[in-house]
Design a protein around this ligand. Structure first.
Ligand code: SAH
Length: 453
């Protein structure tokens, strides 16, 4: 039988709001602006003592009453969609409490491996998501709107804005839906199979301001596409690219295989740890760009690279971690299974003039088996698998390759516990465990841990 948690996760996945659905990424060293950004984030001395910027006294617009920080935060945390959406399991809790809960959970799961460092929280834990998704619907009058699937049904609950999503992206989403009626564009209906527009996906570049709008349609013929693009760009000249993606299958996946660039380059770029990365619609990029830089900083600190090492970046996405490490390593070998992400990664290395990173499109476990069989060596392995964690093929090959250090980045402390258990049972020791809050308001926790032998 499915547990409540499984059911909720499946629904979140359909809604594309799953903070855990690892399918997005970046950061730069000692760039003044970024160092400042990183400093703005608060490292909780203890999770319970986390300071919040929103504790500053603030004047309410309506009256002269001064509201205290906690009240102000409470107001910001009010979400009218909370019950029906279910994506933000912790939204009812003050942020300080959310961090305490996460710290406790990490301690319970991972405490037996060593000291769990205090979780690194955000200064402003709202509107951090750079990727926004909406399911498209039309009302009886033919007006378009977007929302999320209601629990256990195909009913779409209208959602006009979200506490954790990028606000500009939410506004653009509403504009796209607002254009539908005048273009006689109907939302696709999963039950009847009629209609055209299925989903809207928007990705934003935190440092570049670039914006990508992906219109997911049920059929490849996009009526009046040039005029639609023109009308949308008139409303939002800040959009830098528009892509039409065709998904004609009955699936919980949002994006289909075919796509056509309607405007711009077909991807956005963002800057992470001082390097520039291009991100295509289907490539993974971390959804919280502010915390990602902190996460990658920790990973680099733990790796202690000197410039002489051979490094593996496994589950590499668009190549972010490996490219950030490349300045301090002799050679980086990156492996990733998603072809679009590997294509982005190769373009990214070229764009950043990086020559010592090599990319391989392969299953990370199988790739590692071949490396071990060929007697190849690696000094440091960064691994950043999806929620399911790594597999025995990968872990056993890791044990054969015997890297001095393994930096394991995980978005699921449960599978992390399992994998750390296997590695510590076979010669490795856990040296550091650092949780980072990449997903405020939700129960998700990202962890970077260091193992050595
Ligand atoms: N390290 C990257 C991406 C992490 S997300 C970053 O920080 O942005 C996990 C990545 O693993 C995704 O890009 C996904 O496509 C990839 N992946 C999933 N299963 C894989 C497998 N079996 N082998 C290799 N890569 C895999």
């Amino acid at each position: 039988m499915k547990t409540d948690r499984t059911i909720r996760r499946e629904r979140e996945q359909r809604n594309g709001r799953n903070a855990f659905a690892k399918n997005e990424p970046p950061r730069t060293y000692n760039k003044p602006s970024q160092t400042k950004k990183a400093k703005e984030n608060i490292e909780a001395k203890t999770a319970g003592k986390t300071e919040l910027k929103c504790t500053v006294k603030k004047k309410e617009e309506t009256g002269k009453k001064i509201v205290t920080g906690e009240q102000a935060e409470k107001k910001r945390r009010v979400c009218p969609y909370e019950k029906k959406c279910g994506g933000c399991q912790y939204v009812h809790l003050p942020y300080k409490k959310q961090l305490e809960r996460k710290q406790q959970r990490e301690k319970a799961l991972l405490g037996s491996f060593g000291k769990v460092q205090p979780i690194i929280g955000m200064k402003d834990p709202f509107h951090y998501r750079n990727k926004v998704h909406g399911v498209v619907a039309t009302d009886r009058k033919g007006n378009g709107y977007t929302g999320i699937y209601e629990e256990k049904s195909h009913r779409i609950v209208r959602v006009d804005s979200c506490l954790i999503e990028n606000e500009k992206a939410d506004a653009i989403m509403q504009s796209v839906a607002g254009l539908m009626k005048s273009f006689k564009m109907r939302a696709y209906n999963e039950d009847t199979g009629y209609g055209f527009l299925r989903h809207i996906l928007i990705r934003t570049g935190y440092h570049t301001g670039q914006i990508m709008v992906v219109l997911v349609t049920a059929s490849p013929v996009f009526p009046s596409k040039n005029n639609f693009v023109k009308a949308l760009r008139k409303l939002h000249p800040e959009i830098t690219t528009i892509v039409a993606n065709v998904n004609d299958r009955n699936t919980s996946m949002i994006l289909g295989d075919k796509q056509q660039v309607l405007y711009g380059k077909g991807y956005i770029e963002d800057i992470l740890c001082g390097k520039r990365f291009r991100i295509s619609p289907k490539s993974f990029y971390q959804v919280n760009p502010v915390q990602t830089e902190i996460l990658y900083d920790k990973a680099m600190e733990y790796a202690e690279l000197t410039g002489k090492e051979t490094v593996i970046d496994a589950y590499s996405g668009i190549g972010t971690i490996g490219m950030v490490a490349s300045d301090r390593a002799k050679e980086v070998i990156s492996v990733e299974v998603n072809g679009d992400a590997v294509r982005d990664a190769i373009a990214n290395a070229k764009m950043n003039k990086i020559k010592n990173v090599h990319f391989y499109k392969a299953d990370a476990g199988e790739f590692m088996v071949k490396m071990a069989a060929a007697g190849q060596k690696a000094d440091v392995v960064f691994m950043d698998p999806p929620r399911a964690g790594s597999d025995r093929k990968f872990l056993n090959s890791l044990l054969r390759l015997k890297p001095r250090k393994v930096v394991y980045i995980s978005c699921n402390p449960e599978t992390l516990k399992r994998d750390l258990g296997y590695l510590t049972g076979n010669g490795y020791r856990v040296k550091k465990i650092q949780p980072v809050d990449m997903f405020p308001m939700t129960e998700g926790i990202e962890t970077v841990s260091l193992l050595s032998r």
